[in-house]
Every structure is written in C-alpha cells, then in structure tokens.
Design a protein around this ligand. Structure first.
Ligand SMILES: C[S@@+](CC[C@H](N)C(=O)[O-])C[C@H]1O[C@@H](n2cnc3c(N)ncnc32)[C@H](O)[C@@H]1O
Length: 257
C-alpha cells in the first residue's frame, strides 16, 4: 500500500496533489454549510478591508467570503488545490499566489490574515511555524488581525506507553474498509494523521500526513515574536468560551500599532 504513485499527481503539490484535491470539495463534513458559514461570518466581521488566506486550498472558506464582497487574496502551495477556486461562486475574484506561506509575499497590506483547519500544523518545525507568524505580521497593517483555527493537542487521550489514537474504524463503507489513527511523538511534537482505505477488490491505499502539534501558549509566544498580541481565544467560530475541555480554538492576535 502506498500514499503516492497516482499518475495525475505532481510532486510539487506536496500532500495535496490532484488525487487528494479531486475529493476535497465532496459535500458534507468540513464542506457542510453549518461548518463553513460560522467561519465566514466571523471572518467577515473581523475584516475591515482586504484579507489574505494562508493555505487557501480550494477556496472552501475564501470563496464564500469573497462572494460577500470582501476582497480576498490567497497563498497556496498546491496548484491542484488552487485550480478549483475560480469555479466556486466568488472564487473568480480571488487573487491566488502559488507559494509557501512561511516565505511568500504578496503585494498589498491586509486588515486580516487567516489560517484555518489545522493548517499551521502542516508546517512541521517550530522555526517554520514562527515564520508563518512573521509572514502574517508582514502582510498586516498596524492593528490588523491574524486568525488561526487549530486543534488542541490530544495528548490527554494517550495513556502511558501508548502513542497511537484511533479515530475511525469503518469495516464496511461504500468504498470498502477504512481505518484512521493519529500517532504522536511527544519528544519532538511531531504527529501524523494516518488513513488506510481498503477497496472492495482488496487493494489498499495508506496515506500518512505529517504534522507538528502546537500549544495555544506556544502560539501566543510565536505571535509575540512576530509583534502581535492575543486579542481573543474562542473554542469555535461561534465565539463559545475556550475551556480546559475545548478540543480546538479560534485565536485572534492583533498586530501592535
Ligand atoms: C487542510 S487544507 C486547508 C485548505 C483550506 N484552508 C480550507 O480550509 O479548506 C491544507 C492546505 O494547506 C496547503 N499548505 C500546506 N502547507 C503549506 C505551506 N507551507 N504554504 C502554503 N500552503 C500550504 C495545502 O496544499 C492544502 O491546500
């Protein structure tokens, strides 16, 4: 079993090549209106002029935000993902730059930069994550906001001696069998999300996505290094209170005037 080798995939697209991009916009889950709309609502409220999405993907959030009249730009590593943006309502107005959000600069100054859906963790080094914060600050006008949506590391689910947490075991789906599990290395703050799909004909695919988990307090320090301070931390896009039981957070840092 392998996580690659699809003839349509371009290695330059990293972990989100054509074979992944093709299914990214499937209805339901993260694409459901009840997931997308609260995010777009809050981002629209925080925006006060042009906005920039880091790792804009297929425009899942950026396109509906642009459709509301907000001027949206995006940076994205994968051409296969970005190619889908223009097909969405609002997407044809989005200026997309292919590049790495740790270093790529786009022209303009923004009222809001945002990075959603755990994608800060796709950058697998601490230095790289700090560079994301520095790059966000470099694009913001003084007083502008940087918003990150990311899960709280789930280490409380790991008993001593265990490094793996299964999150889905579905022996019989439309497509065959599926097993999903996360695997943690607490010494290095690396973790991986692992997806095994076995088709009805017995052939299988194993995809492994490497991440670096990061604590809310560590993100606050990265923001401070980049010249930003924490303004809000919510448990979700609905501004619910962030508590010890929260499994994710939506954090807003403000660039120091
Ligand atoms: C989970 S998807 C999220 C896409 C979109 N933000 C959304 O919410 O649907 C992660 C995206 O981040 C992109 N990505 C990962 N690392 C990146 C980097 N260093 N610079 C730019 N894009 C990156 C991937 O190509 C992929 O499109």
């Amino acid at each position: 079993m392998t996580g690659g080798g699809y003839p349509e995939d371009d290695p330059a697209d990293g972990l989100f090549p054509e074979s992944v991009a093709a299914g990214y916009d499937d209805p339901g889950g993260m694409n459901a209106p009840e997931v997308v709309t609260p995010a777009v609502d809050l981002l629209e409220e925080l925006a006060d002029g042009p906005v920039l999405e880091f790792a804009v993907g297929t425009g899942r959030i950026a396109a509906p935000l642009a459709a509301r009249g907000v001027p949206v730009s995006g940076i994205e590593l994968s051409r296969a993902m970005a190619a889908r943006i223009a097909d969405k309502p609002g997407g044809d107005t989005i200026a997309v730059t292919i590049g790495d959000m740790t270093t790529t600069r786009v022209s303009g100054t923004f009222s809001l930069v945002y990075l959603v859906y755990n994608t800060i963790s796709n950058v697998t080094t601490q230095d790289g994550q700090v560079d994301v914060f520095r790059n966000a600050a470099a694009h913001l006008r003084p007083g502008g906001y940087f918003v990150v949506e990311v899960g709280v590391p789930e280490l409380r689910r790991l008993p001593p001696g265990q490094d793996t947490v299964p999150f889905a075991v579905s022996p019989d789906t439309d497509k065959g069998g599926y097993v999903g599990f996360d695997q943690y290395d607490v010494a290095t703050q690396q973790f991986s999300s692992n997806h095994v799909t076995v088709s009805r004909d017995g052939t299988g695919v194993f995809r492994r996505f490497p991440f670096r988990y990061v604590w809310p307090s560590e993100l606050d320090l990265m923001a401070r290094i980049a010249g930003m301070t924490l303004k809000h931390r919510w448990a979700d896009w609905d501004r619910s209170e962030f508590t010890a039981e929260s499994t994710k957070h939506v954090s807003v840092w403000q660039k120091t005037a």
